[in-house]
Design a protein around this ligand. Structure first.
Ligand SMILES: CC(C)(COP(=O)(O)OP(=O)(O)OC[C@H]1O[C@@H](n2cnc3c(N)ncnc32)[C@H](O)[C@@H]1OP(=O)(O)O)[C@@H](O)C(=O)NCCC(=O)NCCS
Length: 146
């Protein structure tokens, strides 16, 4: 797909999950459990025609902003939408007094890992960001909140 100008996509925080966002999450992460947490906030990305093309979620616990999920539909990958959604959630956490932003990513997920590294994330021990149990296929990353 030809590259779109940066204004083409609009990113916004929607608050609680909508049925449409949950459907997209299930489509992009079919193997996950999708447990709902009342603290989770959601973001979406739409085209000018209103088509939902990406989503992300985050929640705050003990002044840590956890980036919990992010997905871009296949036809719209390559427009740095994950990077925009990471930045939006970091800023949201920072404004709410978070000290740290943390996330975890499967070590085979090269595209996601590189986007996090580009935004300054560093690998850390799960315990440093409050996780006790973590699947060994995942790398835990963190950075200082803005
Ligand atoms: C990871 C993900 C969100 C990145 O999407 P994105 O923001 O559109 O990716 P970028 O704009 O950074 O893409 C950079 C390059 O990698 C390519 N790319 C991105 N994701 C890709 C994928 N899953 N498979 C193959 N190539 C991919 C892009 O086409 C682009 O290529 P180009 O530079 O030649 O144009 C997206 O691949 C996705 O939704 N994957 C499935 C869900 C997932 O893994 N989420 C993250 C969990 S932590």
């Amino acid at each position: 797909m030809a590259k779109k100008a940066t204004w083409y996509y609009s990113v916004r925080r929607v608050g609680d999950a909508t049925a449409e966002l949950k459907r997209m999450e299930r489509r992009l992460f079919p193997a996950d459990k999708h447990e709902d947490d009342a603290r989770t906030q959601w973001w979406e990305v739409r085209t000018p025609k209103g088509e939902l093309v990406a989503f992300a979620s985050a929640c705050i616990v003990n002044r840590i902003c956890y980036l919990t999920a992010c997905g871009v539909s296949k036809e719209h990958r390559g427009h740095r939408l994950q990077a925009q959604l990471i930045r939006a959630r970091e800023n949201w956490g920072g404004r709410r007094g978070c000290l740290v932003v943390a996330t975890h990513v499967r070590y085979t997920n090269i595209h996601s890992l590189n986007n996090l590294v580009d935004r300054g994330y560093r690998a850390c021990r799960p315990r440093e960001v409050g996780w006790t149990k973590i699947d060994p296929d995942f790398i835990v990353l963190q950075k200082k909140a803005p």
